[in-house]
Design a protein around this ligand. Sequence first.
Ligand SMILES: Nc1ncnc2c1ncn2[C@@H]1O[C@H](COP(=O)(O)OP(=O)(O)OP(=O)(O)O)[C@@H](O)[C@H]1O
Length: 347
Amino acid sequence: MTDGDLDAHLTVDRGTFRLDVALRIAPGEVVALLGPNGAGKSTALRALAGLQPLTGGGHVRLGGEDLGALPPERRPIGVVFQDYLLFPHLSALDNVAFGPRRRGVRRGDARRAALDWLTRVGLAEHASKRPRQLSGGQAQRVALARALAVHPRLLLLDEPLAALDARTRLDTRAELQRHLAAHPGATLLVTHDPLDALVLADRLVIVEGGRVVQEGDAATVTARPRTDYVARLVGLNLYRGRASGHEVTLDGLTLRVDDRLDGEAFVAFRPSSVALHAEEPAGSPRNIWAATIAGIQRHGDNLRIELAGPLPAAADVTPAAAAQLDLIPGRTVWAAVKATETHAYPA
Ligand SMILES: Nc1ncnc2c1ncn2[C@@H]1O[C@H](COP(=O)(O)OP(=O)(O)OP(=O)(O)O)[C@@H](O)[C@H]1O
């Protein structure tokens, strides 16, 4: 741990929901907090910002300083909320100048600094506009400028791109990445978009039910998911079973795998590694099982087939293959995966 680190243990009780998440973020590091709806991401962000009180045992320290006793406006933290929460009656310039003013910077200096930040986010010519005169992407950039204008040691972003349409999102994501790379402080990005996390963050922390279930860099997390949510996030089929050598025994089936291990294990493979056949393929070294088609969805240029049966799985097939196999819900097919297409690792 270095001097400027965020070191937080976020403990919050909200009736039946309890958050218990430890977070460390180094200066200049961007951490994405990912998780399904209701996992506690916003609660964690609000706790860091001082908008949600911690219950016993929790703490928020930044560079060794305990922020617990500081009210939100005195914390060295900048926040971009999901809906930006710009002041509707203030111009873009005064929205950005608000933070420095509140921290005692003289009016002229605060406005000059605000114009500088608006210039950096490419909005100098919109400085006098009110939030309702700005597009979604522009409002997002004003919100970012406002958060950065206080030179925060910790920047918090709550689903910063969620309110934008797909095209604006693409441009804004690229621009946001540039600003985050230049930000010397720690950054926590709350998102449930895996693409935002992969593009913007150095490290992923995944929460489910108020707890951290997995953390690490994107390569590690995507290669070795440890929960169904993470597996779906990175587009893998994931199972847990007992390994013995090159075999992993699951609930209803034993899979032959390429890796060799013993004990509790995960097995993962891509939907594109699952081949479907109308008849049982004979004389092959693959894993083969009978499955029922539970659903069919478009997935990029392919179709994603949800398979029910002893090994619930997703399989990606081309539309041509789907037509040839006459894949319709309720039909039974044979699914096959080669051992070399699986990845097994200790649970
Ligand atoms: N005002 C509240 N009072 C009591 N419980 C709440 C309140 N707001 C949220 N919760 C509970 O806290 C839990 C975490 O909610 P939170 O908004 O932090 O999740 P999230 O991960 O940000 O979800 P989402 O992705 O849907 O925004 C939820 O299960 C919810 O039931």
